[in-house]
Design a protein around this ligand. Structure first.
Ligand code: GMT
Length: 376
């Protein structure tokens, strides 16, 4: 098939999922066209099956805000026409689903028909999309997509609670290329570069936005390192990073915490790590936790949103109430204090990720594309 993928090209989970999906589809012989404002960070090669089309936004001084949706929908029309695309798969509703609807209407006027699949990722519903500023347009674009998917049951339920949705939302879990993580463990892992053999390694990866509660990450680690020799890896960039760094100084643990910035090689970093910390205020799925689990990390997280669908309490890690730093630290210590217990959680975590394997999820998306194209 010929598929257009629209996403944010940054380090966020929705862009990562969209990019990994596009690359996997191209590997299977489909023709994939990414349409976005920068080449997606994980899109490390292009080929005759894998194309990238940049959306350029003309700056004009009259506009306080440059109209990205207009440029995006214009680019979608251009690419669909030029390459005969059959499906536009948009990741993150805002503004992608809305722009896709407009592109579809413009194409229809020219007798060209394209289907729109919208995948909801989380904050496009929970934090941003349901805000009165956007709600009407988001609801409209969800209801006017040909197929709507959500990355967890929780996100599906939340979408139905927050919006008046007249479409069936299909849950398609996020996925992971498990092979990639096994390979990193076999070939590249050089744990000794970061920690002494007797030290445990804890990791957090995010975009350091307030919803991630990175100060809770530091507070949990602070309690853990009092009991167990340990290091903390903080991966990512974002507005809360400075606060987190300041807190490590205040608590006297700056030398035990490494802020590594954004990375395109998290599989290689995660294979050093024992426990992944994700104390988010809300998380529709928690792709970073899944990636950590594939690299044999136990997960200490909150019980919010879709996290209980990814992290099994007492099996792959533990779930705590939002903000209950004490409980999270206690749980982390209970896993980290004993080699056998730690290994058991690590193996469970790796095992559970198999249900989210690329091999399982890719055919689901292929079926969706085929089914929506057959309808009408
Ligand atoms: O986590 C973020 O803030 C980025 C955001 C995104 O859309 O890029 O992530 C959301 O989508 C991911 C991929 O589906 C999910 O794994 C994350 O849980 C979700 N984030 C939130 O719901 C806060």
């Amino acid at each position: 098939m010929k598929i257009g993928i629209v996403c944010y090209p940054t380090f966020g989970g929705s862009g990562v999922v969209a990019t990994e999906l596009g690359m996997a589809l191209a590997d299977k012989g489909h023709e994939v066209h990414f349409i976005t404002y920068n080449q997606p960070v994980r899109l490390d090669y292009l080929s005759h099956k894998l194309h990238f089309h940049r959306v350029l936004v003309e700056e004009y001084p009259l506009f306080q805000y440059q109209p990205y949706e207009l440029a995006l929908s214009t680019k979608m029309v251009e690419v669909v026409k030029k390459y005969d695309l059959e499906v536009l798969h948009v990741h993150y509703a805002i503004p992608h689903a809305y722009a896709a609807y407009m592109a579809k209407q413009m194409l229809k006027e020219k007798g060209i028909y394209v289907k729109v699949v919208t995948t909801l990722h989380g904050t496009d519903i929970t934090l941003v999309g349901s805000h009165p500023t956007y709600k009407t347009a988001v609801e409209f674009s969800i209801n006017n997509s040909d197929v709507v998917t959500a990355v967890s049951n929780n996100l599906k339920e939340t979408t139905n609670e927050l919006f008046n949705i007249n479409k069936k939302i299909q849950v398609v879990y996020n996925f992971i290329d498990i092979e990639k993580y096994s390979k990193a463990e076999d070939d590249e892992c050089q744990r000794g570069a970061l920690a002494q053999p007797n030290e445990r390694i804890l990791t957090h990866i995010s975009n350091f936005r307030p919803v991630k509660r990175v100060e809770d990450v530091i507070k949990v680690f602070y309690e853990v390192q009092k009991e167990i020799p340990a290091k903390l890896l903080m991966i990512g960039e974002g507005p809360e990073r400075k606060k987190a760094e300041l807190l490590t100084k205040k608590l006297g643990i700056r030398n035990k915490v490494f802020f590594l910035g954004n990375s395109t090689e998290i599989d290689k970093i995660l294979c050093y790590s024992d426990v992944f910390l994700l104390p988010s205020e809300t998380e529709s799925f928690g792709l970073a936790a899944l990636e950590a689990m594939a690299a044999k990390n136990a997960v200490i997280s909150t019980n919010t949103g879709g996290l209980p669908e990814v992290n099994l309490h007492g099996e792959t890690g533990f779930l705590s109430n939002l903000g209950d730093v004490e409980d999270m630290a206690k749980n982390a210590i209970s896993i980290l204090k004993d080699d056998d217990i730690l290994e058991c959680f690590k193996l469970n975590a790796r095992e559970f990720t198999k249900r989210f394997s690329l091999q399982n999820i890719l055919p689901v998306y292929e079926d969706i594309y085929k089914s929506c194209y057959k309808s009408e």
